[in-house]
Design a protein around this ligand. Structure first.
Ligand SMILES: *Cc1c(COP(=O)(O)O)cnc(C)c1O
Length: 380
């Protein structure tokens, strides 16, 4: 999981800086935007690749008491992380597992005080059985599918549950939840359809709290907030609604170290496939960050780093461990071996990099590799 070995600054080919103050500021901003709801934090996939060990305690310090992860193993790990803080409020935080209940894992849920998000009658049956066996009403959520066709009770199973309410006996339902498919497109008609379906589901299943909105859902307005919102991306500085200006503080900076600078006097090609030709005179800098580090191969000849304010385009293909940048425009004294190139930063937001790569900001974050020197700045 997040326990990659620590790589020193001297030994690393790149430095990944993660701003915990920015994450906390983003959490507080979402709290302010949702006055009627409480705000959980989605920290699945090692907090979107940024490191749950540091981020979860920082969020707990900002008042977050409800966490969501995808897998039970992520939940077990997070429980250890929160226990290790020794702060009783943090130790007792709720940890919900979005991926649902795999048969045979009930005891492991119980042992780490994890709450499964139950998404089928079979899962509900197994949880009920386990609660009866141990004679304790364990906490859980019920997930209702309102249009993802992925997880959650399909309409027929919801009807059956309403006809036979005893299926829910002996368990403690904390949240009834659903998930939006198109919240990043505010004008999409599916948003209102899902909202209507969720309201009906709430009439049928009024237990516990209602939880509906992810990051983008929060920006759809108060109708979508209900009792508990579940942002992930926005906490990490991601723009949740591409057509709106990004309201979140930037969290991530990636700087690669120049390991070679080559002068080009006569026309030459760079890298695999000879996909870029340097006419010269000019200079090419090599930086040890490649697709094995999550600098996606589709960025070859597509993105631009910065040295100070000067753009330095990535030229040629991205290799497994290396990229090459055209630094001809940078004064020599600003780009020699050991100098840093901003690959993700103020001028290269994760959104810009994602667009250049033909993907989304989520994938840029979660791909960030484990060979960087990681620096956490701010709270925590
Ligand atoms: C990942 C996830 C979230 C968080 O989504 P963001 O778009 O990152 O805010 C919320 N709810 C569910 C069910 C998820 O799977």
């Amino acid at each position: 999981m997040s326990n990659f070995p620590h790589i020193s600054e001297a030994n690393a080919g790149a430095i990944l800086t993660i701003d915990l103050d920015a994450i906390v500021a983003n959490y507080r901003m979402l709290v302010d935007r949702t006055p009627e709801a409480s705000v959980a934090a989605v920290v699945k996939a090692d907090a979107y690749g940024l490191g749950v060990d540091r981020i979860a305690p920082a969020l707990a310090g900002a008042g977050c008491r409800v966490f969501f992860v995808a897998h039970i193993e992520e939940g077990i790990h997070l429980r250890h992380v929160l226990n290790d803080t020794g702060v009783s409020d943090f130790v007792n935080a709720e940890i919900h597992i979005l991926g649902g209940l795999m048969a045979g894992t009930e005891e492991a849920y119980d042992a780490s005080r994890l709450m499964p998000v139950l998404g089928s009658l079979d899962e509900i049956h197994n949880w009920k059985d386990y609660c009866r066996k141990i004679e304790r009403p364990l906490a859980c959520d019920i997930h209702v599918d309102t249009g993802m066709l992925r997880l959650g009770l399909p309409p027929k199973e919801l009807d059956k549950l309403v006809e036979e309410p005893a299926r829910l006996d002996g368990m403690n339902i904390v949240n009834v939840m659903s998930h939006l498919a198109c919240a990043d497109e505010p004008g999409h008609p599916k948003n209102a359809e899902q909202l209507e379906a969720f309201r009906i589901a709430r009439i049928l299943l009024p237990q516990g709290q209602a939880s509906f909105a992810n990051s983008a859902g929060i920006f759809l307005g108060a109708d979508y907030h209900f009792d508990l919102v579940r942002p992930g991306l926005a906490l990490y500085g991601g723009s949740a609604v591409p057509e709106m200006p990004n309201a979140m503080a930037q969290v991530v900076k990636l700087q690669g170290k120049i390991v070679q600078v080559r002068d080009v006097d006569t026309p030459q090609t760079v890298g695999y496939g000879a996909s870029h030709r340097v006419e010269g005179p000019g200079r090419i800098a090599t930086v040890p960050v490649g697709y094995a580090d999550g600098f996606l191969r589709s960025l070859g000849n597509k993105t631009t780093g910065h040295i100070g304010n000067i753009p330095v385009p990535v030229v040629g293909r991205v290799s497994m461990d290396l990229i090459t940048l055209d630094v001809s425009a940078v004064p020599k004294h600003q780009c020699s071996v050991g100098d840093l190139v901003d690959l993700i930063g103020p001028a290269n937001s994760i959104e810009r990099v994602a667009e250049a790569a033909g993907t989304i900001n989520y994938e840029i974050l979660t791909s960030l590799g484990h060979r960087f020197h990681r620096v956490y700045v701010g709270a925590g």
